[in-house]
Every structure is written in C-alpha cells, then in structure tokens.
Design a binder for this molecule. Sequence first.
Ligand code: G3P
Ligand code: MG
Length: 356
Amino acid sequence: YSFTRLLRYSRSLHSDIAFAFDIDGVLLRSKEPIPGASEALKLCQEHKIPFILLTNGGGTLENQRTAFMSDALRLSLSPSQIIQSHTPFKTLVSKFKKVLAVGSPTVRDVAETYGFEKVVHPMDIVRYEPSIAPFSGTTKDKLMEISREIPGLDKDPFEAILVFNDPRDWGADIQIILDILNSDSGMLNTMRQPNESDLEKPSVPIYFSNNDLVWANQYTLNRIGQGAFRTVIETLYSELNSGARLQNTIIGKPTKVTYDFAHHILINWREKLIKDTKEDIPLPSLGVAPETSPFRKVFMVGDNPASDIIGAHNYGWSTCLVRTGVYRDGDPLPCKPTMICDDALSAVRRAIETCD
Ligand code: G3P
Ligand code: MG
C-alpha cells in the first residue's frame, strides 16, 4: 500500500467511487469506536470520496445520531450523510395519520419530528389500561416516566404500525401489536370478524424497519435483533389466524428499497460535496431507483453477511466484509464478498487500490 499512489488515484477518482459504511460492528460496538473506524472515514474525507453511513440501527433522530458519531469518532459528519433503518419512514408521513410507533421510548420523538400527526407508543396504551399487557416488564415508575396520557386514544383508528427499532418491552409490545393487527379496522379494544379468504391481510399495515436476526454489540456473542421480533409476531399472527402468513413490509438492509434510497442520498451527497453548498438534500421517494449513477463503484463496508453484504451484492455494489462484528472466519456466506478485511480502515485502503 502506498500513500502517494492512494493520493494520486483518489484525486482522479474522488467523484466516481463512493462508500457506504455500516455502523454497528464496523464503526462502533455499542457506543465504543472500533479501532481504525475514525481513520477510515477521515481517509475518505481527506480525498473527497463521497460516503454515507447506512445502518439498520435507529431510535434517535438523524442529527442526534450524527452528532454522537462525530463526537465519538472525532470528525465532522452531516445528518444528510446518514440513513438509519427508519429514515425511509419519513416518506410515509402523508400516508398515515395515526401510527403506533414501536421501539425504544425515544422513537416517539423521532416519529413526531418526521411529521406523523398522531403518534402513540405502546407504553401509552399500557398506561391507559395496564390489564391490556399483563406481562409487561416495565415498572410503574418507568411507565409514568416514558408514557403519555393520550386523550381519545380509543376514539379513532390506528392507520399503521411502524417498528422503528428493537422493542424494549417484548411482553407488552407483542400483545399490543397483535391486538391492533387483529382489531376491527384499527380500533383499540375491538376484534375483527375475520374474513376466512383474506386472513393474511392484517387490519392495519405493519412495517418493520429492519430484519436483522442478529447484530453485534460489545458482548462477545451476537445478539438477537428486530428480525427475531418479527419472527415472533409473524408466528403468533399465524397461530391466531388459522395458519395465515402475515402480510408485512420490511425495509432496511438488505432490501432493494433501502439500497435505492441510500443510492439517491449518496448521489445527492456527492453533488453537495462538488458544489460545496449548504442546501438540504431532497428526500428520495420510496421504491424508486435512481435513473443513472455517477459512480463507477460503490463499496459497502459491513460486518453482517445477511444484511450489508448480500444486500449490496444483489444491488450491484462491491462489498467489503470486515471481521470486527457479526462475521467470524468460517461462517457460511450467502455470496462471495468482493473482499474480506480485518477492519474498516484496511477495507478503504484496499478498495481504493482496486480502483487502479
Ligand atoms: O439494532 C442495530 C442492528 O440491527 C444493526 O445495525 O449498523 O450493523 O446495520 P448496523
Ligand atoms: Mg453491522
């Protein structure tokens, strides 16, 4: 690896290659930066190579998350450079008025800031009537701290269930989600008369923001994630509906919807870098692929073969699988990554070299 070579290539390539970095297991483990992560991003910044952070994590607003990341990695990141699992939910604001926002208590603020008119968190429902969730694991004090009293909670219907990030009180969340999926047109405290021919369709649409079965935090073994929660919801829905398979929408990596969304953001971020403007990046539409791309190569740097790597591979991007997270040498792989590297820094260096 020669730094002078890198400098030469990056000068000529800076606008036709790009990177998308995963966060958990690539840049951070829990809140701790992974060695080399900061240097990897700084290398891109120094050479004006456009990059975004593409995570299946969430629970905070994009500007809060980038402020935290900038601080942890000691560099400056823009909120326009991050796509969290639930960022594409912004495009649903005009479609649904009253939503059940499932996840950490902070997702209420995220949903409201995105612009959803009526946001209800499952804990608001437990507060309204604790017997709805007899197996909730939330203490009374905690419940009073994180929930709100919502006037007329049972007077108008829920229009969608949006799972923003990993639920915190599975006992209550599972019960409440199933209640609403099986309700009469989204009304709390009701149960539909199921139409035997249409059992797959729940009363209210449900969206999962990611499908990660496992992810990597600071513990030595991988932890179950939102994909595991989805499995529980689907299984119980099926049991309660004569074996019907729950219709649902999954976004986040590895779905094409999220890669298209990320691709638009990357293209717009590149424009912003080239023009050096402060203009806001327009929000892409969901499910629309960019018509053209200025990139010869986009490298996805990720630790999860089932999310980052297969998603980017299917999308036609190059893939750098790193050893700092979910993946362990010898694990079965869903496709052959373009390269397997020790960490994000070696991935960036090798990726740039391959653009020779
Ligand atoms: O909950 C977070 C996790 O599922 C994955 O995050 O950054 O590895 O895509 P990330
Ligand atoms: Mg990861």
